[in-house]
Design a protein around this ligand. Structure first.
Ligand code: NAD
Length: 356
């Protein structure tokens, strides 16, 4: 395949971890006969410095014209005092909106060799953890009508949770499609015992389920889901839920994996164009020191191959190589433990590439 990828290195450790991802993708291209063409664009703090705004139009146009977008991280102390609209993080919301990305995929995978880093008791995770949280990204309370007014009890504020049938249908289909590529198990999380929006949400999920008879579907209320994630994490496969519930549950699930430096993510829309990014931020405290963990970024690259380009074998090659390197005891500082071999960002990248 010949693929055009827009690269957004951003700020802080962004460029360092992205470099390693590009080297890994180049190795995949070489080995499997694909050609990846990269176009680097500015967004975040660097774009504010160079162009006076966090998300220049040129960046949006190039991203829209690409087969996929890879974003490393944006933000940093230098821009922390700027007003909301001028903050580097606006670039993230702006790009997601411009690209029409409504499904956020947040895998939480506990590698066996990192089991010690998991805060849960070993017996709870002895069968491993491999969860994919599919979060609706553009609707619900974060985008609904909101406001303030005076009441008998003083000033009050409200945010509206609202979902349309079409919004739920498309996120449900995304989640069922992903479940079909995994263990064919989907847990729908809502709060239909209390919320009208959840009652509509669940009825639509049940309707869409008829298109996927092979997928085993169950339902949990969000409060129960947060408990079950801790009590029986190994039993989950794919979870689908709303924007606000997904925001919270994906962070809860991610804590089982050891370090924020291990967490990839993807945001998908209608077509194959997606945006792939590590969950972590720009980590200004460790930028430029060659100590950042590049694995979250490299695993986001594997997600891009799988979900945007349908290259499952190539994605598996990256994931298996990461597992091998961890099994052999190599660790960056954030996941270091006694008896392991400490390596820097570049060395971790090289070790992964060597094993592909
Ligand atoms: P952060 O994720 O950047 O860092 C939190 C902690 O985790 C820090 O101690 C950092 O050193 C560590 N860390 C993060 N990534 C790591 C890696 N790959 N390897 C090793 N250690 C790692 O979050 P923060 O400190 O709250 O935010 C820093 C800046 O990043 C802020 O400007 C914030 O707004 C921005 N941010 C951007 C994104 C994004 O671009 N998607 C996400 C979150 C935060």
């Amino acid at each position: 395949m010949n693929l055009n990828i827009a690269l957004v290195p951003g700020d802080g450790i962004g460029p360092e971890v992205l470099d390693q991802n590009v080297l890994v993708l180049n190795k995949i291209g070489e080995k499997f006969g694909h050609s990846f063409k990269y176009t680097e664009v500015d967004a975040g703090g660097i774009a504010i410095d160079k162009w006076g705004e966090p998300l220049p139009k040129k960046t949006i146009d190039i991203c829209k014209a690409s087969d996929s977008v890879f974003l490393a991280a944006v933000g940093g102390w230098k821009w922390d005092t700027l007003p909301g609209d001028m903050r580097p993080e606006r670039a993230l919301l702006g790009l997601r909106g411009e690209l029409g990305l409504y499904a956020n995929l947040r895998p939480a995978t506990l590698h066996k060799s990192l089991a010690d880093a998991c805060p849960l008791k070993p017996e709870l995770v002895k069968d491993g953890v491999d969860i994919m949280v599919v979060r609706e990204l553009t609707g619900g309370m974060y985008f609904g009508e909101k406001g303030r007014k005076q009441t008998d009890m003083g000033e009050a504020a409200w945010d509206t949770e609202m979902y349309s049938v079409e919004e739920v249908k498309r996120i449900a289909r995304s989640a069922f499609d992903i479940a079909m590529k995994r263990k064919k198990k989907l847990t729908n999380v809502d709060k239909q015992n209390v919320l009208e929006s959840s009652r509509l949400w669940r009825s639509v999920v049940l309707e869409v389920a008829k298109e996927y008879p092979e997928v085993e579907l169950d339902h949990l209320y969000v409060d129960n889901a947060s408990m079950q994630l801790i009590m029986r994490p190994s039993t989950f496969d794919v979870i689908v839920t709303s924007n606000i519930f997904g925001d919270i549950l994906s962070d809860e699930a991610s804590q089982m994996t050891g370090s924020i430096g291990m967490l990839p993510s993807a945001s998908l829309g209608k077509g194959s164009l997606g945006m792939y990014e590590p969950v972590h931020g720009s980590a200004p405290d460790i930028a430029g020191k060659d100590i950042a963990n590049p694995i979250a970024t490299i695993l986001s690259g594997a997600m891009m191959l799988k979900y945007s380009f349908g290259l499952a074998e190539e994605a598996n090659a990256i994931e298996n190589s990461v597992t091998k390197v961890l099994d052999e005891g190599y660790r960056t500082a954030d996941i270091m433990s006694e008896g392991m071999k400490k390596v820097g960002t570049k060395e971790m990248g090289r070790l992964i590439i060597d094993r592909i």
